[in-house]
Structure formats: structure tokens, C-alpha cells
Design a protein around this ligand. Structure first.
Ligand code: NAD
Length: 254
């Protein structure tokens, strides 16, 4: 068994399914004690827990759009595990709200919800976690952004803006936190086969999306998980500040 993370505690938000679930599995395989964060589906979180090798893993619930719940989550992790070494801001929502087809009240609510979950939630979690990462002698933060942060997508204005904000957050924090031994990276996936994209990847629309990549397919969640775990692995410190595309060459940027 790989032991790169032996004695370390990794908190993965949205760990009950999709990319988060695959990431929990990869961290556990690399020797970490994993905290599987979930919003409401305890059954799914416990199913993730059941497939993790090693001991001491736990599942904790919190609505990341609620700053009090985020504070409690970090306190509960440290109370249960005694330390925190790695934070993966993976949880997110992906809603379709075209500006022309959405009434003003729904538009307001969508922007609040999307920024609250995809940008402010991670920022709050980082604020609460950083003192514990410092206390652990340094740590890692990996934020899960999106290709949509760079190229945008019709109907996903708030999503793209939130993910672009997450990219910027990571770059500022990488500079701010390096002196504390905390290294911050961002993973920007293209389309991944998860519940989030089930509708998008169905039928002719799905075929068009898969054709955007010369690989002719969307990613498997495990391909994103491996990149996340790699960026948190000891020895990759100098990658801090990086935004790593995992999009099957469907979108290339300088
Ligand atoms: P998913 O829908 O399977 O998982 C998202 C998780 O986030 C769920 O477990 C959900 O409960 C959790 N979550 C959502 N809102 C929450 C809240 N307020 N509080 C707590 N938890 C909350 O999606 P996924 O595809 O695994 O996506 C994981 C991350 O990857 C997201 O940030 C997403 O934006 C990003 N991403 C996904 C794709 C893709 O194609 N699937 C592409 C680019 C980026």
C-alpha cells in the first residue's frame, strides 16, 4: 500500500459521490485518514466510507453555503481526528439559468446559491482550516474548478464566474500561504461522467460534448481524483499556485 499520506487527515467536500468519492478512495489508498464530507445523503456517504481501505475514516455533514455549518465542520474534523492536513474543495453545483429565460427573482437566487456554494463556501472553509493546517506543520489545499472558468458556457454564467473566482482565490492564497508551508493548487476538469453531467452527456448533446476532446470521451471521475491526490502529495510543493487542466485537450489555453 502507498503510504504517502500516512498519519495525515484529508477532508474532501462532496465526498459521497462523483469526483469526491473517487478522491476519497485515492486518498485512503495512499494512507490518509479521510473525512468524507456530504450535504444530506448520509446513505451515500456511508457507502463511500465502506469502500475505503484503512481505518479511522469518518463522514460529516454540512451545508457549505452556511458559514456556521462550515465552521462546525472544521471543528468537528479536528475534534475527531486531532489534526487537518489536506483540504479538497470539491463540492459544487452546476445549474442552467439562461439570462433571457430566467425571471429576475430566480436569477438573483441562482447567483446567490452558486456563488455561495462554489466560491464563498470554499473561501470560508479555507479560512477556518488554515490555522489547523499551520498547527499541523503545513498542509495542502486543492480546489476543484472547471474548464467553464476559462471558456464559459451558455446558461452557466454564475457557475463560470464562481469557478473563475476560485481560480483567483487559489492563486492569491498560494502566494499568501507558502510562507506557512501551505501549498494551494486548482484542478480544472472538462466534462466528467458523474451525476452532475448525466443530462448533458446524454443523447446527441453528449456525443457533441465527447467529440470536443480528441480522446472522444468525457473523463472518468478517477482521472480527476488522481490529479487531485497528486497535487497534494509530498514533493509537489513547487506546483503551488498552478491551475491544472484535466480536459482531454478539449480546451487549450496559454
Ligand atoms: P456531483 O454533483 O456528483 O457532486 C457534487 C457534490 O457536491 C455532491 O455530493 C453534493 O451533495 C455536493 N454539494 C453541492 N452543494 C453543496 C452544499 N451546499 N453543501 C455541501 N455539499 C454540496 O458532481 P461532480 O461532477 O462530482 O463535481 C465535483 C466538482 O467538480 C464540482 O465542484 C464541479 O463543479 C466540478 N466539475 C465537474 C465537472 C463534471 O463534468 N462533472 C466538470 C468540471 C468541474
Amino acid at each position: 500500500m502507498d503510504v504517502a499520506f500516512e498519519g495525515r487527515v484529508a477532508l474532501v467536500t462532496g465526498g459521497s459521490r462523483g469526483i469526491g468519492r473517487a478522491t476519497c478512495r485515492r486518498f485512503a489508498e495512499a494512507g490518509a485518514r479521510v473525512v468524507v464530507h456530504f450535504r444530506a445523503d448520509r446513505t451515500a456517504a456511508e457507502a463511500t466510507l465502506a469502500e475505503l481501505p484503512g481505518d479511522g475514516h469518518l463522514a460529516l455533514a454540512a451545508d457549505l453555503a452556511d458559514p456556521v455549518a462550515v465552521d462546525d465542520l472544521v471543528s468537528d474534523v479536528v475534534a475527531a481526528c486531532g489534526r487537518l492536513d489536506v483540504v479538497v474543495n470539491n463540492a459544487g453545483i452546476y445549474e442552467d439559468h439562461p439570462v433571457t429565460g430566467t425571471d429576475y427573482a430566480a436569477w438573483q437566487a441562482a447567483w446567490q446559491r452558486t456563488l455561495g456554494t462554489n466560491l464563498i463556501g470554499p473561501a470560508n472553509l479555507i479560512h477556518r482550516a488554515v490555522p489547523h493546517l499551520i498547527a499541523a506543520g503545513g498542509g495542502r489545499i486543492v480546489n476543484v474548478s472547471s474548464r467553464g472558468a476559462f471558456r464559459g458556457e451558455p446558461g452557466h454564467t454564475a457557475y463560470g464566474a464562481a469557478k473563475a473566482g476560485l481560480n483567483s482565490l487559489g492563486q492569491s492564497l498560494a502566494q499568501e500561504l507558502a510562507p506557512h508551508g501551505i501549498f494551494v493548487t486548482t484542478v480544472a476538469p472538462g466534462f466528467v461522467e458523474t451525476d452532475m453531467t448525466e443530462d448533458h452527456l446524454a443523447g446527441a448533446r453528449g456525443a457533441a460534448i465527447r467529440a470536443q476532446s480528441p480522446l472522444g470521451r468525457a473523463a472518468d471521475p478517477d482521472e480527476i481524483a488522481r490529479t487531485i491526490v497528486f497535487l497534494a502529495t509530498p514533493g509537489t510543493e513547487y506546483a503551488t499556485g498552478a491551475i491544472v487542466d484535466v480536459n482531454g485537450a478539449s480546451y487549450l489555453r496559454n
